[in-house]
Design a protein. Structure first.
Lengths: 257, 347
């Protein structure tokens, strides 16, 4: 089994008095799709944002490529090779596709922008993702459909030679065909050797592309197991009750009566 | 012959095919430019003799120069979805500190005969004074997260108050002759006022900064979606501070220009500069919601009130109609912008 590219060990995170993540462990291996599932409010997005440097963890360790790392901000995460597609996408409506894809990491010497170079790279990336729905890479993002925006957000993440890509519900707003495309893309990213974390509420999608499934229940990681060892029913139980048979949280005392 | 400019290689390495944002902005700019041309045409038709005389053109340009410099800074601020009400007061304050320092450096406290050394120091003092107020605005807006309307309303009052404290409430009227006759009332190439040249240079640099550099791109990004900008690692707080700082420096420069032109610190005549600058910027198609705008638009927008003013004089309409006319055009421009946004959001 390959060494993990990214690992969380005993991560805790509170927002004021609200303890959101409790001793969360997570292992992400290169070449694998790790699904992160859990009910609304379980803490999935918080895990992603903690890895991305948007939130600072209170305790625990983030290990990247075997080294414990501190990620103070998005720029540092990007430098390590961690890219994120956020649940709310976080695109600038008034900028076009190219400008969004390169935002914060524009090409060009000094303070200047090399528009031609960026435009070419953006077009190539979209082509490599077999995206044919956007007519021009100079289209303003505000005029794109939900699915197209999602595609741009994903293209933005894979444009860089990243090692880990975290996708927070990337198919939530998509139709059948575009969901298909995104899932294929997720699989392809893993096959290229990236560590991919996929957050989704759709069990069919999860079982289709994930190699392992990690379940959060009320901020606790109750199980991370290979997909082949799990059934759909078990995962649903883990999500809703934190426990399924012998897997997950220890049986509460009352249940043994 | 409207063939493909896009395919032709250009001297600079930015492609000619402009981003949609710019094309939309210039669509707005196009409209307002047409309005400007129509105004000029109407005034010219009514009184062909007066409109295009050199003197009219010169005075219109001169009177607009100082406002244009303020409006260039204001464009950046408004694109970040902020506002700066303090520019007129900062202009006055910077003129005062500059004049006071130049006087203090001259024999007898009268800088009328001062040389270029003193004038250079005066310029630096004006710029630094503007920068200080801009920095203060920026820190309060970006770091303390106080709404820009409140912060700059505060510095609008404070900067003027501080200026009046420094002078005891009366204007400083001693300004170096060398400054007044060159920058103030001098011309280059025979007919072009130096004040206008300086304003044009500032405008060109502003347009270049906004259109072709990372600084400009981040200005649009911050105004468009601050959270997204932060998540891509842009130092949003620092950028906002810099934008307000830039606006402050330009207000300082405008103060120096005003000092050179009027030969006095004009304490009482800048209370509506902020509104005039904002009106110009918004007329030029820059959105108060942030993320959209251009310097070219601002240039056109700033000239509309000026042309209306001149035009009313020329055709003999009571000049008190000018603010009313400007108000109508302004409200129409913002209404147009909002209608456009609604159309976009309901897509
Ligand atoms: N910035 C914040 N400040 C305070 N509380 C927060 C913040 N972000 C998240 N929370 C809380 O943390 C908990 C977990 O939220 P999170 O967004 O991680 O859930 P999620 O698993 O991604 O849910 P969903 O499936 O709905 O996206 C929620 O109770 C939420 O209210
Ligand atoms: Mg979430």
């Amino acid at each position: 089994m390959t060494e993990p590219i990214l690992e969380l060990r005993g991560v805790n995170k509170s927002f004021g008095p609200v303890h959101v993540l409790h001793d969360v462990d997570l292992v992400v291996r290169p070449g694998e799709v790790t699904a992160l599932v859990g009910d609304n409010g379980a803490g999935k997005s918080t895990v992603v944002k903690s890895i991305a440097g948007i939130h600072q963890i209170d305790s625990g360790e983030v290990v990247f490529d075997g080294e414990p790392v501190h990620i103070p901000g998005p720029r540092e995460a990007a430098t390590l090779g961690i890219e994120v597609v956020y649940q709310d996408l976080a695109l600038c409506d008034n900028l076009d596709i190219v400008q969004n894809m390169f935002l914060g990491r524009e090409r060009g010497k000094g303070g200047f922008l090399d528009e031609a170079d960026m435009e070419r790279a953006a077009r190539e990336t979209l082509a490599s993702l077999s995206v044919r729905t956007v007519k021009s890479v100079r289209t303003q993002v505000s005029s794109l459909s939900g699915g197209q925006r999602q595609t741009v957000a994903i293209a933005k993440a894979v444009l860089w030679n990243s090692k880990v890509v975290l996708l927070d519900e990337p198919t939530a707003a998509l139709g059948v065909a575009q969901t298909r495309q995104v899932l294929d893309l997720v699989r392809r990213l893993a096959d290229q050797g990236l560590g991919v974390v996929l957050i989704s509420h759709n069990m069919n999608d999860v079982f289709e592309v994930a190699d392992t499934i990690a379940t959060l229940y009320l901020g606790r990681m109750v199980a991370q197991l290979p997909t082949r060892d799990l059934t759909n029913t078990q995962v649903v139980e883990l999500i809703t009750a934190g426990r399924s048979g012998d897997i997950g949280l220890a049986k509460p005392e009352v249940a043994t009566v | 012959m409207t063939s493909t400019v896009a395919e032709k290689p250009t001297e600079d390495d930015t492609p000619r095919r402009r981003p949609l944002r710019l094309r939309l902005a210039s669509a707005n700019t196009l409209w307002i430019s047409l309005v400007l041309l129509a105004l000029i045409a109407v005034f010219a038709a009514i009184n062909p003799g007066a409109v295009l005389t050199l003197f009219n053109l010169q005075t219109t340009l001169i009177e607009t120069s100082v406002l244009l410099v303020l409006a260039v800074g204001m464009t950046f601020v408004i694109i970040t979805s902020g506002i700066d009400l303090s520019v007129g007061s900062v202009l006055v304050f910077s003129g005062i500190t500059s004049a006071l320092v130049m006087n203090a450096m001259s024999p007898g406290g009268d800088s009328t005969g001062a040389g270029w050394g003193v004038i250079t120091v005066g310029l630096l003092v004006a710029l630094v004074s503007g920068a200080a107020w801009g920095l203060l605005n920026g820190i309060l807006v970006a770091k303390a997260k106080i709404p820009p309307l409140i912060v700059t309303l505060g510095s609008f009052g404070a900067a003027l108050g501080a200026g009046e404290l420094l002078t005891g409430g009366s204007d400083v009227r001693t300004v170096p002759d060398a400054l007044a006759t060159t920058l103030g009332s001098g011309t280059s190439f025979g007919v072009v006022p130096n004040l206008v040249i300086l304003a044009a240079v500032v405008t060109a640099v502003g347009a270049w900064l906004l259109g072709t550099t990372k600084f400009g791109r981040y200005t649009y990004a911050v105004g468009s979606n601050e959270v997204a900008a932060r998540r891509t690692g842009i130092a949003v707080t620092r950028h906002l501070v810099l934008v307000y700082l830039l606006t402050g420096v330009l207000a300082g420069l405008a103060g120096f220009m005003s000092l050179a032109y009027f030969r006095t610190t004009t304490l009482t005549s800048h209370s509506t500069d902020n509104l005039n600058a904002i009106a110009g910027v918004v007329l030029g198609g820059t959105s108060l919601f942030g993320g959209v705008g251009s310097i070219i638009g601002t240039v056109v927008g700033v000239f509309i009130p000026a042309v209306l003013q001149k035009g009313f004089v020329i055709i003999g309409v009571n000049v008190y109609w000018q603010p009313i006319a400007v108000a109508i055009v302004l409200v129409a421009a913002v209404w147009f912008d909002q209608a456009r946004r609604r159309a976009r959001n309901s897509r």
